[in-house]
Design a protein around this ligand. Structure first.
Ligand code: MN
Length: 187
C-alpha cells in the first residue's frame, strides 16, 4: 500500500499530522511545505492518484535555471497532508514546524503521460502554476544509493534526485527560496 511507510513512522495519537484516507483520490495539485526539523528542508509534493509523491529538498526549489537542487525521494504522503501546517511534537518523526510555502497546479509536460510511471522511470518533466513557483521543471533520479552526509536527516531514504528549473520566460537568476519565507496559507 502506498502509505504503509508513512504510517509506520508515525503515532497518530501524538502527532497532529493526518493519518490518511485511502478513499481520497485526485491528480494535479502540488504543494511545497517548509519544514523546520532538525535540519531545515522543503517538502515538495505532487498529487498523483490520491496520494502525494514526495521529495525532501534541503535548499528548497528555485526559479534559477543555473542551480540544481538535490531532492531526496521519500515516502508517499496522504492527500490530507496537502494543506497541513502545524508543529510535529518533539520525539515524533520530523519534529518541528511546518508551513505551506507554496501550492498550485502541476501539469506533466506530455499531457498523456502517467506521472507515476514517469517517477518510477526516474524522470518527470512538468510545469508548475503556483504562487511562488512557475514555469517548466524537471525532476530526475541520479542515484539509488543510501543518503550520504548531505542527506543525513533522511538516511533511511535511498533515492537521490535533482530538481531543475528549465530556462523559460519566468526563470529568475539568483532566486532563492529563503528569500520568500512566508506561508501562502496563513501569511
Ligand atoms: Mn519534512
Amino acid at each position: 500500500m502506498p502509505l504503509d511507510q508513512y504510517k509506520r513512522k508515525r503515532d497518530f495519537s501524538k502527532t497532529p499530522e493526518p493519518a490518511g484516507d485511502p478513499k481520497a483520490a485526485g491528480t494535479g495539485r502540488f504543494v511545497v511545505q517548509r519544514h523546520r526539523a532538525t535540519r531545515l528542508h522543503y517538502d515538495f509534493r505532487l498529487e498523483i492518484d490520491g496520494v502525494l509523491a514526495s521529495w525532501a529538498i534541503p535548499k528548497g526549489p528555485t526559479l534559477d535555471p543555473g542551480v540544481r537542487r538535490m531532492a531526496v525521494h521519500v515516502e508517499d504522503h496522504p492527500i490530507e497532508y496537502f494543506d497541513f501546517e502545524g508543529v510535529i511534537p518533539k520525539g515524533q518523526y520530523g519534529a518541528g514546524d511546518v508551513i505551506v510555502w507554496d501550492w498550485g497546479r502541476f501539469v506533466p509536460e506530455a499531457p498523456t503521460l502517467d506521472p507515476r510511471a514517469a517517477i518510477e522511470d526516474g524522470e518527470l518533466k512538468f510545469e508548475l502554476h503556483g504562487e511562488k513557483l512557475h514555469g517548466r521543471f524537471t525532476i530526475v533520479r541520479t542515484s539509488r544509493r543510501p543518503g550520504s552526509a548531505p542527506t543525513a536527516a533522511f538516511e533511511d531514504e535511498s533515492e537521490q534526485w535533482l530538481l531543475i528549473k528549465k530556462r523559460d520566460d519566468v526563470a529568475v537568476t539568483g532566486w532563492d527560496a529563503e528569500g520568500h519565507p512566508q506561508s501562502v496559507k496563513t501569511g
